[in-house]
Design a binder for this molecule. Structure first.
Ligand code: XMP
Length: 508
């Protein structure tokens, strides 16, 4: 396995994903990881990430020289390269001009890191500092016109560094460089894949759980579904899943989930239809955060009540993923709460159960692959994210049964048409929002005064940033026509063309 020490680059997670794609297991840890912990981790290779700081400024994030001389090969990327040059006695200073974007890179040595590459490669640069004087023991193996020490190496100590970013797609042969480091230099084997993950995790779960029982909150989303099926594979009937219908699910959603898990998987599933109590609590509530709080609280209450009926249970399983676990280094300080997400996150605090998180090492794309290995239907694996507070935060203003019915119908049309046009899998999320205003229209000879539906369709890779999807006009036209013609009490459809930031994906 490989250790990635994080110095705060926006690309650190990308390094990890590239390495996993090459079927090598890796973990990201803050650069402050103590030496004994690094030794205990026993990495076969160490990568120093990029970062926003300068190695020469006071208080810059550094690692000790021992880390470089621990034994496993080291690869420094961007700030990581400058850092190792600095530690080994070289000099780093601000470059005459910031180098940003695609650059031509000349490779002067093809023995190890750059084996199999051309003399000239296109690479992605993003830096303000560069190596001014190279440290003793290092030699230059590549350069660009503005960056003479663009790649360095110490063959004896097996220390390597590149100024560019091999982990981004804009460096077309970046994957080859990482592969050379992992397989050629570190001597690793490509053994990490989702089939072996499923096998190993099933065994480990069996061993850990023994004859105890586990409960799991199933939402029908990818993460909780994969968690449930994986546990079911490991311990069968000693897993009980609880699926709570909170009254603000999509059309037909509850029935679909119940059918899939009861009939196809024969999973022990408790279905609780708590729609009435949730809708009662939402009466008269218009504030989005208050909606979230009430739904979150009621969910925990219902879940705990059902769990209480099951008798002796030791574990609670959750579909936590790796991005939630990584303790990334951020130099921006704590960020403000924009929206209180992860409304089921409060479960472990109120329930005296031990947590089991079988997916906590995985990225989302890996979870999808595990789902595939476990035979989950495509439809489930590629499902868009759906917020815990569901349609309640897509009905602006008060949530009523009438308004829910309108939104459900419109939303179902959106999904149906997106899938039919082959766009569902291309976008991050696609949904309808019911606005709290009415507008005038004309139907036949009659004046109408009815509701407005907003369409929200976005492209994104992680929901942190997003842009509105440039859907074909005829698809947009079909969506609008069908919604206005088929959904009673809607006479207008608008398309949201805001990006995140400054907007958010959801409207509430
Ligand atoms: P925003 O609206 O903040 O959404 O751009 C980012 C992503 O998070 C989802 N989302 C939620 N998920 N509970 C959830 O479980 C919530 O309260 C919640 N609010 C937003 C949203 O659908 C998008 O994928």
């Amino acid at each position: 396995k490989v250790l990635i020490l994080d110095f705060g680059s926006q690309y650190t997670q990308l390094i990890a994903r590239r390495i996993r794609e090459l079927q090598v297991y890796c973990e990201i840890h803050p650069y402050l990881m103590p030496l004994e912990q690094i030794e205990a981790f026993a990495p076969r290779g160490i990568i120093l990430s990029g970062g926003p700081r300068s190695v020469y400024e006071p208080g810059a994030p550094l690692v000790s020289r021992e880390v470089l001389e621990l034994g496993p090969p080291v690869l420094g990327i961007c700030y990581g390269l400058q850092l190792l040059n600095h530690i080994l006695g070289g000099k780093v200073s601000p470059a005459a001009s910031r180098e940003y974007g695609r650059k031509n890179f000349t490779i002067s040595d093809h023995q190890d890191l750059f084996a199999g590459l051309s003399p000239h490669e296109s690479v992605w640069m993003s830096h303000g500092d560069h190596i001014d004087e190279i440290a003793p023991g290092l030699e230059i193996i590549g350069s660009s016109d503005t960056c003479p020490a663009g790649a360095v190496r110490d063959q004896r100590r097996r220390i390597f560094g590149v100024q560019f970013h091999p982990e981004v797609k804009h460096t077309p042969n970046g994957g080859k460089i990482l592969a050379n480091f992992l397989f050629g230099i570190c001597g690793l084997q490509p053994l990490w894949n989702m089939r072996s993950f499923v096998e190993a995790t099933t065994q480990a779960l069996r061993q850990k759980i023994g004859t105890e029982r586990v409960i799991c909150a199933l939402s029908g989303g990818v993460d909780s579904s994969v968690t449930a099926v994986l546990l079911h594979r490991a311990i069968g009937d000693r897993l009980t899943c609880i699926f709570v219908n909170n009254g603000v699910l999509r059309q037909g959603e509850a029935e679909k989930v119940v059918r899939l898990f009861r009939e196809n998987y024969r999973l022990n599933l408790v279905y609780v239809d708590a729609s009435k109590s949730f809708l009662k609590l939402l009466e008269g509530i218009v504030d989005p955060e208050e909606k979230r709080r009430r739904i979150g609280r009621e969910f925990i209450r219902v879940f705990a009540e059902e769990a209480g009926k099951l008798g002796q249970v030791k574990y609670l399983a959750q579909g936590t993923l790796y991005p939630d676990v990584i303790e990334s280094v951020s130099f921006k300080g704590p960020s403000a709460t924009i929206k209180t997400h992860h409304n089921v996150g409060g479960l472990p605090e109120v329930m005296p159960l031990e947590l089991i998180e079988p997916l906590r090492e995985l990225f989302k794309d890996e979870v999808r692959e595990v789902g595939s290995e476990l035979g989950l239907p495509e439809e489930m694996i590629w499902r868009h994210p759906f917020p815990g507070p569901g349609l309640a935060i897509r009905i602006l203003g008060e949530v009523t049964p009438e308004r829910l019915a309108i939104l459900r119908q419109a939303d179902a049309i959106v999904l149906e048409e997106m899938k039919a046009a082959g766009f569902y899998r291309q976008v991050w999320q696609a949904f309808a929002v019911l606005l709290p205003i009415k507008t005038v229209g004309v139907m036949g000879d009659e004046r109408t005064y009815e509701n407005v539906i907003a369409l929200r369709v976005v492209d994104s890779t992680d929901a942190m940033t997003a842009d509105w999807s440039r859907l074909p006009y005829d698809l947009l036209a079909r969506l609008a026509n069908r919604i206005i013609n088929e959904v009673k009490h809607v006479n207008r459809v608008v398309y949201d063309i805001s990006s995140k930031p400054p907007s958010t994906i959801e409207w509430e």
